[in-house]
Design a binder for this molecule. Structure first.
Ligand code: ATP
Length: 367
């Protein structure tokens, strides 16, 4: 039977636990042996008790639980070949020949690097007499499958990443809560949300809460103009009787010269020009915490099922797949193509080609 390891890596995201649960249980149902690798690639490098065989009951209660119960980490050692060599040894010693990696683009890049070095790593372990050559013969191929766990929804080639919708719910709840106090005191609030270089969370939160103005990295406002336009819009809203002003700013927001736009700059502007009592709220890690919403439980479960099926279908000549979703259908596309497309988005932003960035990442949202 295939022996399948599953790990979560990079920033945690609600829905990682349901994904692990699905991988473990479908592995068992399909006659495979699942292993949890604790603390992401760190567990792969450390081995020992960080690689544990999983039983059906071990993922009991994973569906509603937030974060990742098998831990995550940023692992410098895995970025070095020596670390990956140790990881390969630990996998072979446990007889694991397939890995399901749940993480962001960094984690999936790491997975691809690892597979590209295989079976060179295996040969090196034999040369260094760290594993027996008979054992090496059985582990000529490593199967890798990627699942995208990220609240940012920043991966190209998939409409939705695991965790993004839960995070959006949390942001909306927070903005609603802030709105009631804003109305009471007739205040303005500048609310910073996560997303790194992707404005999806800010854009969706703006739509879902009816924000007065928002800033996203993919649509930088023209410096010297946006200040007037924003103040004029907010002034009109106030004239119409609105007692609150909500500005949502993505943490990666930039102006058209690629300079970061900071919440405090907006606050100062609103205080000075509109005389609005303005507060800044950085939502921070509350956006990452808590139970996954129904959609993320569903997405993680169906993608987790597909990840195991992809392991069973894989052959040594096909590139490692990434499980995604497009137009409500689960997809299975080459992982590195998706990662490269995601990097192209960053490059387009750096070249100030914002339209291209939007279209590459998510054609449906580009307009
Ligand atoms: P998030 O979107 O939350 O940042 P991520 O998966 O992109 O998630 P990273 O910190 O970029 O997070 O990557 C997680 C881990 O993946 C790194 O700590 C490292 O162990 C591994 N990794 C990333 N890039 C590489 C690489 N080029 N080669 C080998 N390993 C890598």
């Amino acid at each position: 039977p295939r022996r399948i390891g599953v790990l979560t890596s990079g920033g945690d995201a609600p829905g990682m636990n349901p994904a692990v649960r699905a991988v473990v249980r479908v592995s068992i149902a399909r006659g495979c042996v699942p292993f949890a690798i604790y603390d992401g690639y760190q567990g792969l490098v450390d081995g020992g008790r960080k690689i544990r065989q999983m039983e059906w009951k071990d993922v009991h209660s994973f569906l509603p639980s937030g974060g990742t119960n098998i831990g995550t980490a940023r692992c410098m050692a895995f970025k070095e070949r020596a670390g990956r060599l140790q990881a390969a040894q630990n996998l072979i010693e446990r007889g694991i020949d397939a890995l399901v990696v749940i993480g962001g683009d960094g984690s999936l890049t790491g997975a691809d690097v690892f597979r590209a070095e295989w079976p060179g790593l295996v040969d090196e372990l034999v040369q260094q007499k760290r594993i027996a050559s008979e054992l090496a013969q059985r582990y000529r191929h490593l199967t890798i499958v990627g699942l995208v766990g990220s609240i940012d929804n920043d991966m190209a080639s998939t409409d939705m990443t695991i965790g993004a919708v839960s995070s959006l719910h949390r942001i909306c709840e927070s903005v609603d809560a802030i709105s009631s106090t804003a109305i009471s005191h007739s205040r303005a609030f500048v609310i910073e949300v996560m997303g790194r270089h992707c404005g999806w969370l800010a854009l969706m939160a703006g739509i879902c809460t009816g924000a007065d103005w928002l800033f996203i990295p993919e649509r930088p406002p023209v410096d010297g103009e946006w200040q007037d336009r924003m103040c004029e819009t907010l002034r009109q809203h106030r004239e119409m009787g609105k007692r609150k002003s909500i500005i949502i700013i993505s943490e990666g927001a930039i102006d058209s010269d690629l300079r970061p736009i900071k919440p405090d700059d907006i606050k100062d502007l609103l205080c000075q020009r509109l005389n609005l009592d303005t507060r800044v709220t950085l939502l921070g890690h509350v956006q990452r915490g808590g139970s996954p919403c129904a959609y993320d439980r569903f997405l993680a479960t169906v993608q987790g099922v597909e990840a195991v099926e992809a392991v069973l279908r894989a052959n040594p000549d096909t590139p490692s797949p990434m499980i995604g979703t497009r137009e409500n259908r689960i997809t299975c596309e080459p992982l590195m193509a998706a990662v490269e497309l995601t990097h192209k988005v960053s490059k387009s932003i750096a070249k100030k080609d914002f339209q291209a960035a939007m279209e590459l990442r998510s054609p449906d949202f580009a307009d």
